[in-house]
Design a protein around this ligand. Structure first.
Ligand SMILES: [Zn+2]
Length: 343
């Protein structure tokens, strides 16, 4: 029987962003929904914080000290969107630890996935920079931990946050030991993530960007997973699959313009889970990224957990207007299949 470990620590609520879409109520809503519904096969577990050494496997040491110093001096801003409060450094270490613990869970409990719930989120944080609400890259830190601790040669990251995972790409793009797949709205923040960004040096061909037009929804995401992600994953044969689980592509999300439904997120989680079962003995770990609607976010997280435990996906909001026509993305998918030799 599959038990999904959900790694959460209240210290992550102490990253105080004030009036900001990325605030503590996001995690509070997820946790209260899990505790209210008590879905079978879901266990909330306390993570331990990442060590400095673990963070430094993904980040420049001076950058880490810079974040620590801003927090120690009472807080400030990395950019207009990216707040550091006095407790943000501690919260960020704990958030990174949630991703690390999720990796360890799926190795220690064969066939059981895990989900880390960090704040702040991470995928816009690069080797020596933070931006876009992100301080440390929880995903990249977890991947580096997995590679060292379990001696992995191939890790697949599936990033379906609505924004391009530019920070994760910055950390992994020179590296064939990580295959990064990012599907995102484009053109949109942060502006990167075009199809021509495919990796650098030894990592050439190991970054797959799928920029999709606004209004893409369940059908476009499913088509992209089937036509790009699945063949790329089968060719790569990962030993671990990681998910940058952002839910801001939901049609209710206030920040972006995609039309994925709660059911749709359950389906994406299902495709990734089937890949993990087929390719790497069910070793699957996710970390939360974005998702800013107070009702759609917890529902989408619960849909993900229900999919991974074989439970029933509840979708209180339904699909985006049923008459809605999604843009035709066949052209861009064909181009990506050609660039990455997937035919
Ligand atoms: Zn996002």
């Amino acid at each position: 029987l599959t038990t999904v470990g959900v790694f959460y620590h209240p210290l992550c609520l102490e990253h105080d962003t004030g009036e900001h879409p990325e605030n503590a109520s996001r995690l509070e809503a997820i946790i209260s929904q899990i505790e209210g519904e008590r879905p079978a096969g879901v266990e909330i577990v306390r993570p331990y914080p990442a060590s400095l050494e673990q963070v430094a496997n993904a980040h420049d040491t001076k950058y880490i000290q810079h974040i620590r110093a801003i927090a120690a001096n009472g807080g400030g801003y990395l950019d207009l969107d990216t707040v550091i409060s006095p407790r943000s450094y501690k919260a960020a270490l704990m958030g990174a630890g949630a991703g690390i613990c999720a990796v360890d869970w799926t190795f220690e409990n064969p066939g059981s996935p895990a989900l880390g719930l960090p704040r702040p989120p991470g995928h816009h944080a690069g080797h020596a920079f933070g931006m876009g609400f992100c301080l440390f890259n929880n995903q990249a830190i977890a991947v580096r931990h997995a590679q060292r601790r379990y001696n992995l040669k191939r890790v697949l990251i599936v990033d379906y946050d609505v924004h391009h995972g530019n920070g994760t790409q910055d950390i992994t793009e020179k590296d064939s030991s990580v295959l990064l797949f990012s599907i995102h709205q484009h053109p949109y923040y942060p502006g990167t993530g075009g199809t021509e960004e495919t990796g650098i040096g030894d990592g050439k061909g190991y970054t797959i960007n799928v920029p999709l037009p606004a209004d893409s929804g369940d059908r476009a995401y499913r088509q992209t997973f089937e036509e790009i992600l699945v063949p790329a994953a089968r060719r790569y044969r990962p030993e671990l699959i990681m998910v940058s689980a952002g839910f801001d592509a939901h049609w209710m999300d206030p920040l972006a313009g995609m039309h994925v439904s709660t059911t749709g997120f359950g389906e994406l989680a299902g495709i990734v889970w089937e890949l993990a079962v087929e390719l790497c003995d069910g070793r699957l770990a996710g970390v939360l990224e974005g998702g800013y609607d107070p009702r759609a976010l917890p529902a989408s997280v619960l849909a993900t957990l229900a999919t991974w435990t074989g439970g029933h996906v509840e979708d209180p909001f339904g699909p985006y207007h049923s008459y809605h026509q999604e843009p035709d993305i066949s052209g861009v998918l064909k181009q990506i299949r050609k660039i990455h030799h997937l035919d």
